[in-house]
Design a protein around this ligand. Sequence first.
Ligand SMILES: [Zn+2]
Length: 370
Amino acid sequence: MGAWATRECASKGRRGGVAPTKGGRGVAAPAKGKVKGKWRGESAKGKGLQWESVLLCAVLQRTRSPRSRELGSSSILCRRHEIVGVVTEVGSRVEKFKVGDKVGVGCMVSSCRSCESCEQGFENDCAAWVLTYGSIDRDGTMTYGGFSDVLVADEHFVVRFPDHLPMDGAAPLLCAGITVYSPMKQFGLNEPGKHLGIVGLGGLGHIAVKFAKAFGMKATVITTSPSKEREAIDKFRADSFLVSRSLDQMEAAAGTMDGIIDTVAAIHPLGPLFSLMKNGGNLILMGMPDKPLKLPAFSAIRGRKKLAGSCIGGMRDTQEMLDFAGKHEITANVEVIPMEYVSTAMERLAKNDIKYRFVIDVANTLKAAE
Ligand SMILES: [Zn+2]
């Protein structure tokens, strides 16, 4: 079902060089004003809704995944998801939302809805999922993400935004937030008193620390950068901090953690991380290095430890995560930028010069372009 209509970014597939789309070139789908009453979500099943993009978070994520190479974007991929806005129209069969609601869309906009994964609420694991950007939708059209002033989506893939959370800080929860929340929940790493290791203190890691503390857990940040200690402990309230290159520190913490979530997208040794876990612990990968990671068999054999993976989360968990974030007032630390700044932002990202997520203010960028 065609459930997505945004206008194409003028520089699709290129690194950087992103321009505002309102009134601009590269219109790939009906533009604002023309879609009213006949947008695809409505014509298909009436389950679609349309909203104005008040603020959009294009995740500028370091990645070395094969996907980024496909898109010809070297090692940086400008992801146009984590989109928030306010509903402006709803289809006749929309049940969950009404005009004026604050809503968001994360990484995916469709899935088959009938496979085992979908039925269990893990649309994120559906073989036929459709990503919010750079994916072929079920009607054969391309999805273009959120560099646009109007978006249309199926209500199943839209989540309600807690009213009191700021849109800019909370937008990254739609991807980064659910990416860490879902495995914490699925692997039982959300229980008070448990000890969670968090590898990496970037866009994902800093939110994981906040969730862990809200769950009443002990949180330990593990990183190669000693300079992040103060931030981890003072700003994000991590209980402890480990420099992974320090044998002394790693040995002192051996066997203390119930599980570890590993957000690092670069090649790194897994053996030392396994040694930090208690027997039966799970180390869950969510970063995607471009080469296989090595795991000495002994690390897993001794103590029934397991290596697992997790990729975002299902829609039910995404809503639950947002509600939890709303209750505990959890947001990401962000830097709000205009769209013209995206190229610079990506260069800064390549140099690791970001704290912790860039959020693009689409509505104001478009207003300024008028
Ligand atoms: Zn499915």
